[in-house]
Design a protein. Structure first.
Length: 211
């Protein structure tokens, strides 16, 4: 049974995805208490201590605020988790996956990377950065049996959506052609497809209900 390491898989969406996949994969969930993605030394120590075949990066930090109101601290907090954290994971997990001759990297991105909204500029830009990194990572690691992809999430019924006021959520749903939020099971199905389909590689797949 292949082993999936969920980085930051302790939130609402991550927990639901794990429930949906744990019958088919051995799932390991690493929150910040186990793996502080912003600390390269701690990341390396943790990844060296466990076995895994697939890495799904769910860790995220978003601090709402117009760009001119963002402080150095708020910018750094977001970039440290969303960008530096992901790079720390990539750099630490790659030697082990290369040695195995098999690996799957799945980066959980957001529709905001291509369809931004006011107040989420740093978050959106960090997602775009990582989508780009995935493309280069693919060129560097496909020959070692490692595929890498991004999933660009739309608005789902669990996770960060809980923080959206009801009147704004209603407006969001009205912009989605399918007139509903995405479901965790649909994201889980896509993850399973990516894992099982080697030829899906180096791309960003959107799951947005047509948005």
């Amino acid at each position: 049974m292949k082993k999936i390491l969920f980085i930051g898989g302790t939130g609402g969406l991550g927990s639901e995805i794990i429930k949906n996949l744990e019958d088919k994969f051995e799932c390991i969930s690493a929150g910040s208490n186990l793996c502080d993605v912003t600390d390269e030394t701690k990341v390396t120590k943790y990844l060296d201590s466990i076995d895994f075949d697939i890495v799904i990066y769910l860790s995220v930090k978003n601090i709402d605020g117009l760009i001119h109101n963002q402080t150095n601290d708020s910018v750094n907090q977001q970039l440290n988790v969303n960008v530096l954290g992901f790079l720390n994971i990539l750099r630490s997990c790659t030697p082990k996956l290369r040695e195995k001759g098999y690996g799957r990297i799945i980066y959980m991105s957001s529709i905001l990377s291509t369809k931004p909204i006011k107040g989420a500029g740093i978050y959106a830009a960090s997602k775009s950065f990582c989508e780009s990194i995935i493309k280069t990572y693919t060129l560097e690691n496909t020959k070692y049996g490692i595929t890498s992809n991004s999933i660009q999430l739309g608005y789902c019924d669990v996770g960060l959506i809980d923080e959206v006021p009801e009147h704004i959520l209603t407006n969001v749903i009205n912009t989605i052609p399918q007139k509903r939020l995405g479901r965790a099971i649909e994201v889980s199905n896509l993850i399973e497809t990516i894992i099982n389909t080697e030829y899906i590689n180096g791309t960003t797949i959107t799951i947005t209900g047509g948005l």
